[in-house]
Design a protein around this ligand. Structure first.
Ligand SMILES: Cc1cc2nc3c(=O)[nH]c(=O)nc-3n(C[C@H](O)[C@H](O)[C@H](O)COP(=O)(O)OP(=O)(O)OC[C@H]3O[C@@H](n4cnc5c(N)ncnc54)[C@H](O)[C@@H]3O)c2cc1C
Length: 489
């Protein structure tokens, strides 16, 4: 039996799959077009500063534990985790912010102090969120998305209304404070859609937030990439960077026969792609695409982003490791992302200063700052616009946090729509895949197994279960299980 498999890309999903397949005895080669591994989770280092280029929130620690335990390992074999307290901070106006504690009791107190009676509502909301977490994360999200029946269990039947109601409705039923509403609607933004377009069942993200907490791998998210690569190497995976896959070859029966990589032909009858799904299909002859251009065009994609990695020559005050700036109109910004795509008039933004809790990310007395503005995918992206928006948010940042920082910038580097396209072959420059709306959940997401090309499989944030690092790890497991099952048929 031929067990050579090529994996396209080295994001979390590809790395996860590489380990499962190597453990099963496959000869695995990972082909990454960029010069470093990790996909959207790469690292940027400059002048003693270290930034995670993409993901920075380590949520759902149980998913990482489950991944490593499949190989008889623990996360602590590869990296050290710190639980952040506060988990994060949210600004609502000048000198007005709340800190989300790592202790649930303190979160209840915070809610009560904002709105009388809201602590009780939060408790029952979190009970339901925990039940959904147990149903979803321990079971549903590990299903391959090949049949609607995967979603039919006694638990989901009992919760069917939660698939047809939305997070927005559920949150607003009992809570009236705009601040508390924004805090409760924030976690589903990780799923890539508006809260008004995200099924209430996804409130399990609120349990992930308040119940399980926000963690930080010392040294940054890239430590997790390094951990998985090291696990993969110990299992025999061959990692090749600077390896751009230009074509997927098929034989006369439409079965995978190889790849063209940097102009050279590699023979293999099994390929798994963790590169953006739309891009992977463009590597095939058109008659072998499963999805048309109009299919992709109609899908709701997660936002793109304008990002800045900034080295400051002093410590920044009045902020936490993760800080959200929700001082502008959330609905207006969401409309400019999803309904009427354009550069936002008055954007919400997010910043992290990992060097507040992690000394390894900036030299002594200095601060590493990461700023993110969510944007509609495929917007025009120019240096001018990037600069304009940097000034917009940094002026606001100074006002909101009551300090001047502009003259303390040692360097800044930006990353935006064009970079997402160029660096990751990302469809329309999306930052984190296809949103988890009701019609883009489970079996309604793009197939893990190609229906047109035999032995071509897909993994990653456009497949099941969806966007985010924990789902990417799970997606790698699902795809490899399907490959193994297919081989054994
Ligand atoms: C700015 C940002 C912030 C985020 N924040 C968080 C967060 O805080 N927490 C969280 O959980 N998630 C977060 N996410 C989402 C998370 O990073 C992603 O969902 C996840 O990393 C995606 O992994 P993946 O394996 O699907 O794909 P990717 O990481 O995109 O990997 C795909 C890889 O394929 C490679 N590739 C593409 N085409 C080819 C080709 N032709 N040949 C060879 N290689 C190719 C690409 O270079 C890339 O390395 C964030 C994402 C971004 C961008």
């Amino acid at each position: 039996m031929n067990k050579n498999v090529y994996i396209i890309g080295s994001g979390f999903s590809s790395l996860s799959a590489s380990c499962y397949l190597a453990k099963e005895g496959y000869n695995v080669t990972v082909l990454e077009k960029n010069s470093t591994l990790g996909g959207r989770a790469r690292q940027y280092k400059k002048e003693g500063f270290t930034f995670d280029i993409g993901p920075s929130w380590y949520w759902m620690p149980d998913v990482f534990e489950r991944f490593f335990s499949d190989f008889g390992k623990k996360p602590s074999d590869y990296y050290t985790l710190d639980k952040l307290n506060p988990g994060y901070e949210v600004y609502f106006g000048e000198n007005s912010s709340v800190k989300i504690s790592s202790e649930l009791n303190e979160i209840y107190n915070l809610f009560e102090s904002e709105e009388k009676g809201s602590g009780k509502h939060l408790a029952s909301f979190l009970n339901s969120a925990k039940e959904n977490y147990d149903t979803a994360i321990k079971d549903l999200v590990y299903k391959p998305g090949v049949s609607p029946l995967e979603l039919v269990t006694t638990t989901t039947i009992a919760r069917v209304t939660q698939f047809f109601s939305t997070i927005r409705k559920q949150v607003r039923k009992n809570i009236k404070s705009q601040k508390l509403i924004q805090i409760l609607e924030f976690p589903v933004l990780f799923l890539g859609a508006k809260p008004s377009n995200t099924p209430a069942f996804y409130n399990f993200m609120n349990y992930a937030d308040f119940g399980l907490g926000t963690w930080h791998p010392r040294g940054g998210m890239y430590k997790v990439i390094e951990g998985i690569v090291s696990l993969g190497e110990s299992l025999g995976v061959d990692f090749k960077t600077n390896s751009n896959v230009e074509k997927i070859l098929t034989d006369s029966t439409n079965k995978v026969s190889g790849l063209i990589v940097n102009g050279e032909e590699l023979r293999s009858d099994l390929v798994l792609s963790g590169a953006d799904y739309h891009h992977t299909e463009t590597l095939l002859n058109k008659n072998l695409h499963q999805y048309s251009d109009s299919y992709w065009d109609k899908k709701i994609f997660a936002p793109s982003s304008l990002l800045f990695y900034v080295g400051f020559d002093k410590k920044i005050k009045n902020v936490s490791h993760h800080t959200l700036f929700f001082d502008s109109d959330f609905d207006a910004h969401a409309e400019e992302i999803y309904d009427n795509p354009k550069w936002p008039t008055n954007p919400l933004f997010y910043a992290n200063f990992t060097s507040i809790t992690d000394k390894t990310s900036a030299p002594d007395g200095k601060e590493a700052g990461f700023f993110l503005i969510p944007l509609a995918p495929d917007l025009e992206d120019t240096e001018d616009l990037r600069e304009q928006y940097f000034h917009k948010i940094i002026d606001r940042f100074e006002k909101l946090t009551n300090q001047s920082v502009k003259e303390n910038i040692i360097f800044k580097k930006s990353f935006c729509v064009n970079d997402f396209k160029e660096e990751y072959n990302s469809y329309k420059g999306n930052a984190y895949g296809m949103a988890n709306t009701l019609l883009q959940t489970a079996f309604l997401r793009p197939n893990i197994k190609s229906s047109k090309v035999e032995n071509l499989f897909f993994t990653g944030q456009l497949t099941v279960p969806g966007p985010g690092v924990p789902p990417a790890l799970i997606s790698g497991k699902i795809a490899s299980e399907l490959i193994i099952k297919n081989k054994n048929k």
